[in-house]
Design a protein around this ligand. Structure first.
Ligand SMILES: N[C@@H](CCC(=O)N[C@@H](CS)C(=O)NCC(=O)O)C(=O)O
Length: 233
């Protein structure tokens, strides 16, 4: 049996970790099933067996793997059909794409999403979330949050991807692959929190919709927090 330990909000079906979404998309790509084990930020006991404190953690029989990229590599080794990262050279390139896209889009998204995360997490997680993030950011959550500035930076960061995706349906070519899921995990983070800083009618928007639809067609609707528009109604 496979189990995926992943972050959830006060609503246990609201899953909003970018790295956990990467793994969900990768498992779905491989056609593998799994049991979800949603945990809060502070449920460290639940993943103590993995020897570290972060999710995603995947167990597969006797194997325990953490870190989204390590899980991709494990899945390719254990289930070679439908490769995610591919051979050694392709795998290095996927890691490079991950690093570049991660650095370009994570901070802009974080500036938009910090207030959203605060809203959806279980109240027991709030002190932990504030103190760990404020220490890492070197400022208060309120000083860091900047939804408009984050959106502007995000749009600039995805401009090269918009151009790439207007020439082919996926980052990896004609079919979705590991690079797509590594980036899409970050977009699921935003989307599940009710934020969508890309236009529906853009190539980037069409790419995201294709990945979301493929996932939902096999795994059912993805739980989403209310969007800004819904909140203001
Ligand atoms: N490099 C890791 C990053 C994992 C990570 O940062 N996970 C976050 C979830 S978004 C976490 O577990 N945070 C818990 C905490 O901050 O205590 C990966 O790709 O899986």
């Amino acid at each position: 049996m496979r189990e995926l330990f992943e972050l959830c909000g006060a609503d246990r079906e609201l899953l909003f970790s970018p790295y956990c979404w990467r793994v969900r998309l990768a498992l779905a790509h491989k056609g593998l099933d799994w049991q979800s084990r949603p945990i809060h930020f502070t449920d460290k006991e639940a993943i103590a067996f993995s020897g570290q404190k972060l999710v995603p953690v995947l167990t597969d029989g006797d194997e325990t793997i953490n870190d989204s990229l390590a899980i991709f590599a494990y899945l390719d080794r254990r289930y070679p059909a439908q490769p995610l990262l591919g051979d050694a050279q392709a795998s290095q390139r996927a890691r490079l794409v991950e690093k570049l896209s991660f650095h370009a889009v994570r901070m802009p998204l974080l500036k938009m999403l910090v207030p959203r995360v605060w809203q959806v997490i279980d109240p027991v997680d709030r002190d932990y979330f504030r103190s760990t993030r404020e220490k890492a950011l070197g400022m208060s959550l309120e000083a860091f949050a900047d939804p408009e500035g984050g959106e502007r930076l995000f749009r600039e960061a995805i401009a090269p991807l918009e151009s790439w995706l207007s020439e082919q349906p996926y980052l990896d070519g004609q079919e979705a692959g590991g690079c797509d899921y590594l980036l899409a995990g970050l977009m699921f983070w935003a989307w599940c929190l009710g934020v969508q800083p890309w236009a529906d009618d853009s190539a980037f928007g069409a790419w995201f919709s294709r990945i979301l639809q493929a996932y939902e067609s096999t795994h059912g609707p993805v739980r989403r927090a209310p969007t800004q528009v819904e909140e203001s109604q």
